[in-house]
Design a protein around this ligand. Structure first.
Ligand code: 13P
Length: 248
């Protein structure tokens, strides 16, 4: 059975003070124990956030990392540094990193492998642009991203990987893929995993949808056969909304 996983991606938002206040608000509510809750916060507050989520079921995630353990990479953060803090998850290959920071599929593949080596669970982001969707090549684009990201990744690791399908046209735009469209893509991703690995692997890997997920569409999305969770931007910054999502 795949455990549902709802992750908040705070992106470049919240000072330490604001972030801790938000976590404290979330902690006040009774969270559904059958849902894995994750918050992916900026690097600067990881350490404080780790203390704040102690003795709760909330897991902690980073939003990126370098694939090397150390070295001359000014401004970067390594898996060892994340591990030292006790980070459980790391978002890899978000479309904003692919677009604004020119991350390539090869970088993403290296990051996935390094994260797994250090027992940090990657949330691999994939998704097509509006132009690609309008040309009806979204499945090809996403399958290609997955194949490249998972190159040389062993089947035994798949239960520790989450794939987030985030169509770029739905991120921060208020436009959500319909629950049927989202599910159709996740079914296609699972089929791709089956063809790259085997049936068992395709059944254990957890797949999320991301892109304008809000309290008013979460229930419908989560009711679909292949949606195991959501990766949430904007709505994860508001305690009330995020609590509703965690308790969908
Ligand atoms: P929004 O929920 O704000 O559309 O962001 C989605 C996202 O990019 C999460 O990683």
């Amino acid at each position: 059975m795949r455990i549902p996983i709802i992750a908040g991606n705070w992106k470049m938002n919240n000072t330490i003070k604001e972030g801790i206040e938000l976590i404290e608000e979330i902690k006040k509510s009774k969270l559904n124990k059958d849902v894995e809750s994750v918050i992916c916060v900026p690097y600067t507050m990881l350490k404080d956030a780790k203390v704040a989520v102690k003795e709760t079921n909330i897991k902690l995630g980073a939003q990126n990392m370098h694939y090397e353990e150390n070295g001359a990479f000014t401004g970067e953060i390594s898996p060892l540094m994340l591990k030292e803090i006790g980070v459980d998850y790391v978002i890899i290959g978000h479309s904003e990193r692919r677009e604004y920071f020119k991350e390539t599929d090869e970088d993403i593949n290296k990051k996935i492998k390094t994260a797994l080596t250090h027992n940090i669970k990657p949330i691999l982001c994939v998704g097509e642009s509006l132009e690609e969707r309008e040309s009806n090549i979204q499945e090809k684009i996403v399958n290609d991203q997955i194949e490249k990201a998972l190159k040389d990744v062993n089947a035994s690791k798949l239960e520790n990987i989450v794939i987030a399908y985030e169509p770029i046209w739905a991120i921060g735009t208020g436009k959500t893929a319909s629950s049927d469209d989202a599910n159709e893509m996740l079914v296609s991703i699972r089929k791709k995993i089956k063809s790259l690995y085997d049936e068992k692997s395709s059944e254990v890997i957890r797949l999320q949808y991301g892109g304008s997920v809000k309290p008013n569409n979460i229930e419908e999305l989560m009711s679909k056969s292949d949606v195991d969770g959501a990766l949430v931007g904007g709505a994860s910054l508001k305690a009330d909304d995020f609590i509703k999502l965690l308790n969908f």
